[in-house]
Write a protein that binds this ligand. Sequence first.
Ligand SMILES: [Zn+2]
Length: 112
Amino acid sequence: MENELKSCKNCGDSIIDGRSDKIFCNDYCRYYYNNENGLRNRVYQFFLKYKESIVKYIDDEIKSITANLDTATKKMNEAEHESEDYWDGLFKKIILSQDLKQLKKLKESIPF
Ligand SMILES: [Zn+2]
Protein backbone atom coordinates (compact mmCIF):
# COMPACT_ATOMS: atom_id res chain seq x y z
CA MET A 1 0.00 0.00 0.00
CA GLU A 2 2.65 2.57 1.00
CA ASN A 3 4.75 1.82 -2.06
CA GLU A 4 1.85 2.27 -4.46
CA LEU A 5 2.91 4.73 -7.16
CA LYS A 6 0.64 7.78 -7.27
CA SER A 7 0.40 10.27 -10.09
CA CYS A 8 0.39 14.06 -9.86
CA LYS A 9 -3.09 15.55 -10.05
CA ASN A 10 -1.83 18.26 -12.39
CA CYS A 11 0.67 16.76 -14.80
CA GLY A 12 0.08 13.04 -14.33
CA ASP A 13 3.73 12.24 -13.61
CA SER A 14 4.48 9.65 -10.98
CA ILE A 15 5.00 10.93 -7.46
CA ILE A 16 8.12 9.03 -6.50
CA ASP A 17 8.92 10.39 -3.09
CA GLY A 18 7.08 11.97 -0.20
CA ARG A 19 4.19 11.38 2.12
CA SER A 20 1.34 9.12 1.12
CA ASP A 21 -1.12 12.04 1.03
CA LYS A 22 0.98 13.98 -1.48
CA ILE A 23 -1.08 14.71 -4.61
CA PHE A 24 1.25 16.99 -6.58
CA CYS A 25 4.79 16.30 -7.74
CA ASN A 26 6.01 19.83 -6.91
CA ASP A 27 4.94 23.32 -5.84
CA TYR A 28 4.58 24.48 -9.43
CA CYS A 29 1.99 21.77 -10.13
CA ARG A 30 0.15 22.60 -6.89
CA TYR A 31 0.05 26.29 -7.83
CA TYR A 32 -1.00 25.61 -11.43
CA TYR A 33 -3.77 23.24 -10.42
CA ASN A 34 -5.20 25.55 -7.75
CA ASN A 35 -4.87 28.81 -9.67
CA GLU A 36 -8.47 30.00 -10.00
CA ASN A 37 -7.76 32.25 -12.97
CA GLY A 38 -5.60 29.69 -14.75
CA LEU A 39 -6.59 27.95 -17.95
CA ARG A 40 -7.46 24.67 -16.21
CA ASN A 41 -10.01 26.32 -13.94
CA ARG A 42 -11.44 28.53 -16.68
CA VAL A 43 -12.10 25.47 -18.85
CA TYR A 44 -13.48 23.63 -15.82
CA GLN A 45 -15.90 26.47 -14.99
CA PHE A 46 -17.02 26.56 -18.63
CA PHE A 47 -17.56 22.82 -18.52
CA LEU A 48 -19.61 23.00 -15.30
CA LYS A 49 -21.78 25.73 -16.80
CA TYR A 50 -22.81 23.49 -19.70
CA LYS A 51 -22.60 20.06 -18.10
CA GLU A 52 -26.06 20.30 -16.57
CA SER A 53 -27.79 21.12 -19.86
CA ILE A 54 -25.87 18.38 -21.70
CA VAL A 55 -26.94 15.82 -19.09
CA LYS A 56 -30.54 17.07 -19.27
CA TYR A 57 -30.50 16.83 -23.08
CA ILE A 58 -29.23 13.24 -22.94
CA ASP A 59 -31.80 12.28 -20.29
CA ASP A 60 -34.64 13.74 -22.37
CA GLU A 61 -33.39 11.84 -25.44
CA ILE A 62 -33.20 8.61 -23.44
CA LYS A 63 -36.78 9.11 -22.26
CA SER A 64 -38.05 9.82 -25.75
CA ILE A 65 -36.17 6.93 -27.37
CA THR A 66 -37.35 4.53 -24.66
CA ALA A 67 -40.96 5.52 -25.41
CA ASN A 68 -40.40 5.01 -29.17
CA LEU A 69 -38.76 1.67 -28.47
CA ASP A 70 -41.84 0.57 -26.49
CA THR A 71 -44.07 1.62 -29.39
CA ALA A 72 -41.92 -0.28 -31.92
CA THR A 73 -41.89 -3.38 -29.71
CA LYS A 74 -45.66 -3.23 -29.34
CA LYS A 75 -46.11 -2.80 -33.10
CA MET A 76 -43.85 -5.78 -33.76
CA ASN A 77 -45.55 -8.01 -31.20
CA GLU A 78 -49.03 -7.19 -32.46
CA ALA A 79 -48.19 -7.63 -36.14
CA GLU A 80 -48.55 -10.84 -38.02
CA HIS A 81 -45.25 -12.71 -37.99
CA GLU A 82 -43.00 -11.67 -40.91
CA SER A 83 -45.53 -9.12 -42.17
CA GLU A 84 -44.45 -5.62 -43.28
CA ASP A 85 -45.37 -4.15 -39.87
CA TYR A 86 -43.43 -6.89 -38.16
CA TRP A 87 -40.22 -6.12 -40.09
CA ASP A 88 -40.78 -2.38 -39.73
CA GLY A 89 -41.14 -2.75 -35.94
CA LEU A 90 -38.11 -5.00 -35.72
CA PHE A 91 -35.97 -2.62 -37.79
CA LYS A 92 -36.97 0.39 -35.65
CA LYS A 93 -36.31 -1.64 -32.51
CA ILE A 94 -32.74 -2.42 -33.60
CA ILE A 95 -31.97 1.21 -34.53
CA LEU A 96 -33.51 2.62 -31.34
CA SER A 97 -31.72 0.07 -29.14
CA GLN A 98 -28.41 1.14 -30.68
CA ASP A 99 -29.23 4.82 -30.11
CA LEU A 100 -30.10 4.09 -26.50
CA LYS A 101 -26.85 2.19 -25.97
CA GLN A 102 -24.82 5.06 -27.48
CA LEU A 103 -26.55 7.67 -25.34
CA LYS A 104 -25.99 5.72 -22.12
CA LYS A 105 -22.32 5.27 -23.03
CA LEU A 106 -22.05 8.99 -23.79
CA LYS A 107 -23.61 9.90 -20.45
CA GLU A 108 -21.20 7.63 -18.57
CA SER A 109 -18.25 9.25 -20.33
CA ILE A 110 -19.07 12.76 -19.04
CA PRO A 111 -16.36 13.51 -16.47
CA PHE A 112 -16.88 14.57 -12.83
ZN1 LIG B 1 3.07 17.43 -11.48
